[in-house]
Design a protein around this ligand. Structure first.
Ligand SMILES: [Mg+2]
Length: 210
């Protein structure tokens, strides 16, 4: 068992913008307009809705999309956080409910410095994308808690920004939250550290771990 492991969301956390929902709005706008509100209102599970959306995107769109992702900006301080964690042999694991190809394209050279990326796999060999997930569970296409269970640690650290990180945050003794995740954790009176960029995360962990 590791002493400590850091689990980080990707969209809106490592990437400053929501790359996955923007992709859906751009490449499958009509179905997204229909299914996204249904998922928000919980009339449709993420597991079913996200699969239907991704699988309505022509495979020909995938490579240009990845090309675009290679250019996007990441939230500041990630290289410095990875230096800090490397020096203490603490793995940094990315857990995304988006597509692996998108996450890896956006990480670029930093991908080699990340211990693992867990995300959905897109298969672009047919006319439309097909999606596979090794962590389908309950209503979720990628259950982040199931990924955490695969990597037991004495101290799990979770970093996130939205509802899809809530279960991961509730399962971790140390939580960094920004944006809407703060509201969800406030409502459950679950303690967390507020962060804006990865410099904040590094400084807080430095103080806690000495
Ligand atoms: Mg997110």
């Amino acid at each position: 068992m590791h002493q400590r492991i850091v689990f980080s969301d990707f969209d809106g956390t490592i990437s400053a913008s929501e790359t996955f929902t923007r992709m859906l709005a751009r490449f499958t706008p009509e179905l997204a307009a229909e299914l996204v509100p249904a998922m928000v209102e919980q009339r449709l599970t993420l597991r079913e809705g996200v699969r239907r959306l991704v699988e309505s995107i022509p495979s020909a769109c995938y490579e240009p999309l990845l090309e675009h992702l290679r250019e996007i900006g990441l939230r500041p301080g990630l290289p410095e956080l990875l230096d800090f964690l490397d020096a203490r042999a603490v793995p940094f694991i990315v857990v995304s409910a988006g597509l692996r190809g998108m996450v890896e394209a956006a990480l670029g050279a930093l991908r080699a410095r990340v211990h693992a990326v867990y995300a959905m796999e897109a298969d672009a060999s047919g006319p439309y994308l097909r999606v596979h997930s090794a962590f389908e569970q309950g209503d979720e296409l990628l259950a982040k808690v199931a990924v955490m269970q695969r990597h037991p640690a004495r101290e799990a650290v979770a970093i996130g920004d939205s509802i899809t990180d809530l279960q991961m945050a509730l399962s971790a003794p140390t939580v960094f939250a920004r944006d809407r995740l703060c509201d969800y954790l406030d409502a459950r009176r679950h303690p967390y550290l507020r962060w804006q960029d990865f410099h904040d995360v590094r400084q807080a962990l430095e103080e806690r771990w000495g």
